[in-house]
Design a protein around this ligand. Structure first.
Ligand code: GRG
Length: 307
């Protein structure tokens, strides 16, 4: 139950993912771009767990996307994630000085470079997503993939969720504000799960199941992350409290939050039933166990939760 299969997958694929990220790193050869290149390297190779890359690769394989498409999507998701962390840490957003146990990018370099590095990574992510148009199916499905991408990243996804977090801070939090704010995390998790299925032209039933899994996992992940706000995990401690963010802890007590997150994980696992016991579906289930163990969630009876 501690995610051993997923841990083994990480061990087996770590080098592959790190090499692919290095290969696709958007380094500039323009004059005087060394500092930008250093900042991009600093941000991407700074000890992140790479969960988004691994989960994307598994979901893409599960959906029948080619290995090349799966790896391109995996790198794209990790670049989007890194870009969002850089922007999130800026003084105008979370005003955080620490990320992954090191100075945040805008502290290690400066705000201008940090913003450009975030843009370069986001831009490269779109190029990687565009590169999934190989083969007749890829070409046909690319417009749909781009639509899904812009929705998951834009105002109905990460950008919208971050805006809700900023603008609802200080107001009394409730379940509605939490639902808006969690888009900052669920948006990307949904895209990670559906990207491969869209490009591979998977049956609607499978794509919907993957989207549901991503949504449930994203919501649970955000709740777990909220719980880490007061722990020293390599980020600034107590940011949600300091900014009076609409976090799970502002609405539920600890027991309720864990039960809610556990219930979401259970719903996500149920969504995967459409795939039976194929190896990649088992890996996704194992990833759920890994995440629950990583966040040291106490074992409790899961409360059923309807979205
Ligand atoms: C479109 C790039 C872009 C940004 C949109 C700034 C922003 C607007 C959104 C912020 C999204 C955000 C930072 C959500 C938090 C997600 C989260 C729980 C991060 C922590 O993930 P881990 O623990 O991190 O997996 P590591 O360090 O392991 O990669």
């Amino acid at each position: 139950m501690s995610g051993d299969k997923f841990k083994e997958f990480i061990r087996a694929n770590r080098e592959l993912i790190e090499n692919k990220l290095a290969e696709h790193l958007p380094v500039s050869s323009a004059s005087a771009s060394e500092r930008l290149n250093q900042a991009i390297t600093y941000a991407v190779f700074s000890g992140g767990k790479r969960l988004r890359a691994y989960l994307t690769l598994i979901a893409s394989r599960l959906a029948g996307a080619s290995e090349r498409q799966g790896l391109a999507l995996a790198c794209a998701m990790e670049f989007i994630h890194t870009s969002s962390l850089i922007l999130d840490d800026l003084p105008a957003m979370d005003d955080a000085y620490l990320r992954r146990n090191r100075p945040a990018l805008h502290i290690a370099f400066d705000q201008g470079v940090a913003i450009l590095a975030a843009l370069a990574l986001l831009n490269e992510a779109y190029a990687l997503i565009g590169s999934c148009a190989d083969g007749p199916r890829g070409v046909k499905n690319l417009p749909k993939l781009l639509r899904e991408t812009t929705q998951c990243i834009g105002n109905s996804g990460m950008v919208g969720g971050q805006a809700a977090e900023l603008f609802l801070s200080g107001s009394p939090a409730d379940e509605t504000s939490l639902t808006s704010r969690e888009l900052k995390t669920t948006g990307l998790m949904q895209l990670m799960m559906t990207g491969g299925a869209i490009v591979a032209g998977s049956p609607e039933k499978e794509r919907v199941a993957l989207a549901r899994f991503g949504e449930c996992l994203g919501k649970a992940y955000q709740i777990f992350d909220d719980f880490n706000d007061h722990k020293a995990t390599g980020k600034c401690v107590g940011q949600d409290v300091r900014h009076r963010r609409p976090s799970a802890l502002a609405v539920f007590d600890q027991e309720e939050s864990f039960a809610l997150a556990q219930g979401l994980i259970t719903s996500g696992r149920q969504a995967l039933e459409v795939f039976g016991n194929v190896a990649e579906a088992e890996l996704m289930r194992s990833a759920c166990d890994y995440i629950v163990a990583y966040f040291e969630v106490p074992t409790r009876v899961a409360r059923s939760h309807t979205l």
